[in-house]
Design a protein around this ligand. Structure first.
Ligand SMILES: C[S@@+](CC[C@H](N)C(=O)[O-])C[C@H]1O[C@@H](n2cnc3c(N)ncnc32)[C@H](O)[C@@H]1O
Length: 943
């Protein structure tokens, strides 16, 4: 097949919004599928405030002031009766209140508060001073829309355009006015959400912009475990094992991770502040019947429990759950094999609780008491020692039972009972049933003599399951069913239990510590709605891949039109051996027999009915971030962004300068870096934040001798650049780098004769990126965009990290559009997009370096880019088995070649009209997102 290719990347501006397609309406498939196909759950009853697309951010004006969060002053610490301090004054004021109280209630309330002052409390450095804190209220912008169903529909016949499957993205397609002037005023259909940002800022945004207070049913928090940071950050998407790396070019890896581990400036003190602040904000999101779980190791369990007591109230503590996470390793003293889950209710009196049960096992505690057996012929006897040790040696048809108590402390029931020729009365207490009930128990052979008393015959199979308690020893990773992609990933079973115990299908679950997305994945599995947040791009990249490529069982819905919120279907079922295998199991009790009632039935929440003909995939979800419009630091009349009032752009720049001074290195690719020295603010500058010298001595292996060993032309460039000063400009704290910022900095850098411009930001608008690409033509020297990790924004709590983690230079993806020949007879032509690689610019050599396409962790294609948000029409994870499960499930409906595309670097063919914009986004190994936009040309030249 001959292919033609477009060389041009010229772009025309179009108005942007896509044409609409019919909206998918029901909560469940319309009818039985003609062939195996992928489907997902909808949440038709749930609504969400309309958040703007990132493409509208320049026009967004709905700012809000920072929100002040206050701690209850009665909890303020440092009670010191010998010294002069606020607690003493407070105490005296309360005593006065009691003495002057007009009612008993008022006196009691004041006395209670006084008593709370003298209770022991956990104190730490900085706590007493922190009676309140400000959190910027920032809007969230939708960056990406993802839908596994849309991807599969696009690929189905190898030719469908993304346009036809648009409805599957759950995009409400709001007008620009709705998205900017009327943002957050409309209610749109629900989509699940993956959000990049600091958890506190994002949770505050959910409360302040979306009014989500009281709407979250369960919050799962798996924070960094504490002072040592316990490898909570993983710097690379594809490298999970950060501890023992023999790979030669990974030798610095453990140091990098160590740098993250040691980030908490004041150790435990900052950690506790970090956690307490977030718990306080999280609490407001919970429904009155809501629950919060915090996962923690034994190292800080006691402290975290104190902090949770303080924020949620000790009376709302429900359980401390022990999770067995590993088997015992060789250790000096006792090996630690457990983590813990602290479970608190928003209000323990109202907490939603759905018991989760597990199958009873012969080795459970308590099972030993089932030491008698009823044989197939009805005969009964004690088990032999061998039978007791191993129930499989029991004769066929035998039923284990125990002789249980038949008396209780509660009256009435002190009547004589005639049984096998003797008369019995309770030795102490009362019979558990009345006279009629007792007769029925005897008739059913449920009464037996035990010593001088009667006993109740309780069969092991009267109730084949048992409630789970607070010791979870069956939740470890099983390597076969669960691939671990993240260094600190939680086992799915742990989160699954927490979700099932405290939520119903359709409820909302939040995890502000997303990591690899275990909570979102589990919430999706069980038909719950979810929001998850992470400050780091690497885990978000892992979570996105995990959710997008996941398959789940289809649990049958009770009311299809309502989606999961109508509940799942559970049934009582037996296998051909007569064993109960359904989601409803009988519970034979003394009471049900005595009252001649059918046994009670219990629902096993984790065993709904499954339709094996349907492969379920994740519903549509979005990627959002707190990146609003750029800050107006130039003072030209455009409103400032919602940066914390306490911190102007000026002090942000000072802070960034300090970070840069302490970490004067930029990460290029792999282990290559370039360094700066003499970093300082330039005199009387309008648009430049700093100037610096490029430090040749900091180049890898770069002694002067090394440089002189280089080929002439490279040596010249390096020395040329290393001798001159360069300009640096920082983008805004809470925004993307704008075109204006780059232009102004470029002009000034030109006038001041700098040799290069480095633009450092957390995000960048596409036209600013384009200006940087064209810097040579515009300003007469090169410019480089440097991505700063959002981790810096966590604030003063973080010590400096290694520069290789803080600033990295990312280049643009190189892509080629090819026309598939013979497809333009009348209808739209078909095209493919190939990713050739990723160009990173090396400012030390002034040269581009290429990373091969097959080595990028992920790339996405939007075949009809509307410049508002990125619709992932095709998602590629080169050289991975990411799509393997779906491939197996859908082999019958999708060509083999489709899966080859999704594991490779060339897209599947798609239809497009000339002048349509396409966008390609590449996720690099640090989780950075690099995007190019191209226009399908009118005429394509042969490659
Ligand atoms: C222990 S991991 C969570 C792992 C997760 N349970 C899983 O199964 O993969 C903690 C996560 O919290 C994130 N994190 C730490 N501080 C944060 C903050 N201030 N805001 C948002 N995320 C944060 C880290 O990037 C990390 O991914």
């Amino acid at each position: 097949m001959a292919r033609k290719s477009s060389g041009s990347s010229a772009r025309k501006k179009t108005s942007g919004l896509r044409k609409t397609a019919a909206k998918k309406s029901t909560g469940r498939r319309a009818s039985a599928p003609p062939e195996a196909r992928a489907e997902s759950y909808d949440h038709p009853e749930a609504r969400i405030a309309n958040r703007p697309d990132v493409g509208t951010q320049a026009n967004f004006r709905k700012k809000k002031p920072a929100k002040t969060w206050s701690y209850d002053s009665s909890l303020s610490p440092a009670l010191d009766w010998d010294g002069q301090n606020s607690a003493r004054e407070r105490g005296e004021a309360l005593i006065g209140k009691i003495l002057a109280a007009e009612s008993l209630e008022a006196a009691k309330a004041a006395a209670e508060e006084l008593a709370s002052l003298s209770r022991p409390f956990l104190n730490w450095a900085g706590k007493a001073e922190r009676l309140s804190f400000d959190v910027p209220a920032l809007p969230l912008f939708v960056h990406e829309r993802l839908s596994t169903e849309a991807i599969l529909a696009t690929l189905k016949r190898h030719e469908k355009s993304q346009q036809e499957s648009l409805d599957l993205f759950g995009d409400p397609k709001r007008s620009i006015t709705d998205q900017t002037l009327r943002a957050y005023e409309h209610r749109d259909p629900w989509v699940n959400r993956l959000i990049l940002g600091d958890s506190m800022v994002v949770m505050n945004s959910l409360l302040e912009y979306e009014g989500m207070g009281g709407q979250v049913q369960m919050i799962y928090i798996d924070p960094p475990y504490g002072v040592k940071f316990g490898s909570n950050f993983q710097p690379f998407v594809r490298k999970r094992d950060v501890r023992h790396n023999d790979d030669a070019d990974m030798t610095r890896e453990p140091e990098m991770v160590q740098a993250y581990r040691d980030t908490w400036e004041l150790g435990l003190h900052s950690y506790l502040t970090y956690l307490r602040d977030r718990l306080l904000v999280a609490r407001d999101l919970l429904t009155p019947s809501g629950s919060v779980f915090v996962q923690i190791s034994d190292e800080n369990l006691h402290h975290v429990r104190e902090v949770m007591d303080e924020v949620f109230g000790a009376e709302n503590a429900i359980a401390t759950i022990t999770i067995v996470k590993t088997s015992a390793q060789e250790d000096l003293l006792l090996p630690s094999v457990c983590d813990y889950l602290l479970w608190y209710g928003r209000n323990i009196g109202q907490v939603k609780f759905r018991p989760v049960r597990r199958d009873k096992a012969a080795d459970d505690a308590g099972t030993a008491e089932y030491n008698r057996v009823q044989l197939a012929d009805g005969g009964r006897r004690k088990m032999t020692r061998e039978e007791q040790d191993n129930w499989t040696t029991l004769p066929p048809g035998a039923r284990a039972y125990r002789q249980d108590n038949i008396v209780s402390q509660r009256p009435p029931g002190n009547f004589p009972v005639d049984f096998e020729g003797s008369t019995y009365r309770p030795l102490s207490g009362y019979w558990k049933t009345g006279e009629i009930g007792m007769k029925r128990l005897i008739a059913e052979r449920r009464i037996e003599k035990r010593g001088r008393m009667l006993s109740y015959v309780r069969f092991f199979d009267d109730f084949l399951v048992r409630p789970i308690a607070n010791f979870w020893d069956d939740v470890r990773f099983s390597s076969r069913s669960e691939d671990k992609s993240y260094a600190v990933q939680t086992a799915a079973k742990v989160v699954s239990r927490a979700v099932l115990m405290t939520t119903d299908p359709g409820d909302l679950v939040l995890d502000p510590t997303c990591g690899s997305g275990t909570t979102a994945y589990i919430a999706e599995q069980w038909g719950r709605r979810w929001i998850t947040i992470d400050t780091s791009r690497v885990p978000l990249a892992l979570a996105r891949q995990r959710i997008l490529t996941a398959t789940f069982p289809w649990y049958d819905l009770k009311e299809s039109a309502r989606g999961p919120a109508g509940g799942f279907i559970y049934k009582r079922k037996q296998n051909n051996r007569g064993e109960e295998v359904g989601g409803i199991v009988p519970h034979v009790t003394l009471k049900s027999i005595a009252n001649d009632e059918p046994p009670a039935e219990e629902i096993l929440v984790d065993r709904p009915e499954i339709d094996k003909n349907i492969t379920r995939v994740s519903g549509p979800f979005v990627v959002e971030a707190t990146i609003p419009t750029p800050v107006d630091y130039e003072g030209d009349g455009i409103e400032d962004s919602a940066a914390a009032p306490a911190e102007s752009y000026g002090s942000f720049v000072d802070r960034m300068l300090e970070v840069l001074r302490r970490n004067p290195k930029l990460q290029l690719s792999a282990n290559r870096t370039v360094g700066f020295r003499n970093i300082r603010p330039p005199a009387k500058s309008m648009s430049i934040s700093a100037e610096a010298m490029v430090d040749a001595a900091n180049l890898p292996g770069a002694s002067l001798g090394d440089i002189l060993d280089q080929p002439e032309e490279q040596r010249g460039d390096r020395l040329a650049l290393s001798g001159k000063s360069v300009a640096i400009v920082f983008g805004p704290q809470n925004g993307a780098v704008s075109e204006k910022l780059v232009l102004n900095a470029g002009k000034e850098a030109n006038a001041r004769n700098y040799s290069h411009l480095f633009v450092i930001g957390f995000a960048i608008q596409p036209n600013a990126r384009e200006t940087i690409e064209n810097a040579e033509a515009l300003f007469g020297f090169g410019a480089t965009y440097v991505a700063a990790t959002p981790d810096i924004l966590i604030g003063d709590l973080l010590k400096t990290m290694r520069s290789s983690q803080i600033f990295s230079v990312c280049g643009l993806p190189e892509v080629v559009i090819d026309q598939v020949e013979g497809t333009n007879n009348g209808g739209p032509s078909r095209y493919t997009v190939s990713l050739l690689g990723l160009d990173t610019f090396n400012p030390s050599t002034m040269e581009s370096e290429s990373i091969e396409a097959k080595d990028v962790p992920a790339w996405f294609l939007d075949t009809d880019y509307n410049e508002m948000s990125f619709h992932v029409g095709q998602a590629f994870f080169p050289r991975t088995g990411a799509w393997e499960n779906l491939k197996r499930a859908l082999r019958a409906t999708h060509d083999e070649s489709v899966w080859d595309h999704l594991n490779g670097t060339v897209s599947a063919p798609f239809e497009a009209m000339p002048d349509t914009k396409i966008a390609v986004k590449v996720i690099d190994t640090r989780g950075n997102e690099l995007m190019v936009v191209k226009t399908i040309p009118q005429a394509i030249s042969t490659r």
